[in-house]
Design a protein around this ligand. Sequence first.
Ligand code: DGY
Length: 319
Amino acid sequence: MSRPRLWITRRLSDATLERAARNYEVVINHEDEPGTADQLIAASAEFDAIIPCHSEHFSAEVVAQFSDRLKIVANHSVGVDHCDLPALKARGIVVTNTPDVLSDATAELAMLLMLGAARNAVAGDRIVRTGAWDSWSPAFMVGKQVTGARLGIVGMGRVGQAFAAKARGFDMEIHYYNRSELPADRAQGAQYHANIDSLLGVADFLSLHCPATPETTNLMNAERFARLPAGAVVVNTARGALVDEAALCVALDSGHVAAAGLDCFQVEPGGNPAFAQYDSVFMLPHIGSATRKTRDAMGFRALDNLDAFFAGRTPGDLL
Ligand code: DGY
């Protein structure tokens, strides 16, 4: 029997590509550029399966032009806001993602951003790196202490819980807002807020861990930034769509938000050049899950889903 044809849209880890080649007739986009709408439409006629990343956009308009050959989109990502799920389902195309395996890597990066934003990492690095460090005093680069502070987590799913676990190592008082309250064994003492505004009022540090949906677009707007305690630090490792970036700039200008750590932006790649003027904004280019261990795990999870599908089983991460 011929092997299913699989298009891998980006350069995944070596171990993933080697494993994929054992079971599928694979075409890999070695140029590693995001797949365009035209490429996705053409691929739907040539391949039985695609492993895309969040850089490929399966809009309703694109999916409407798909051929009937494509059977499964096995995402190499936990977020699926780049996929119009109803449109894909309406075409009978199975869609999966890669939850769990990137939670620790993303929570690590949230911790890095929180600490870096709180402790002047941007200005501190620059002043040493450029040789401009010529004085010291007790008033020099005084930041905000994380240990023992109140942390608000929006979205207490797998990544939110992994971040809470790491924050406990800093003795933070953990609060969270989630669609539903977690059972005690998963909340681990974190205090539940049934609405986000109640959470914001206690969030000296705020970290976003919810998916981007129509309901969460611009979740953090001017009104919500104003609800944070003065001098709060905001961290986003989830999706840029969650933050009204102009409103964040206004909150930074007034000092009401003291600092921000951002791995995600409304426009990616590229980010928002307006943030470059703020030393108080510590930025990274959407690399929350970018560790070798996690890249292998994401690739293997996507292949596990494909393998299950082509073996006639329900993929573990069916959406
Ligand atoms: C995810 O998996 O959603 C990460 O943002 C990387 O794509």
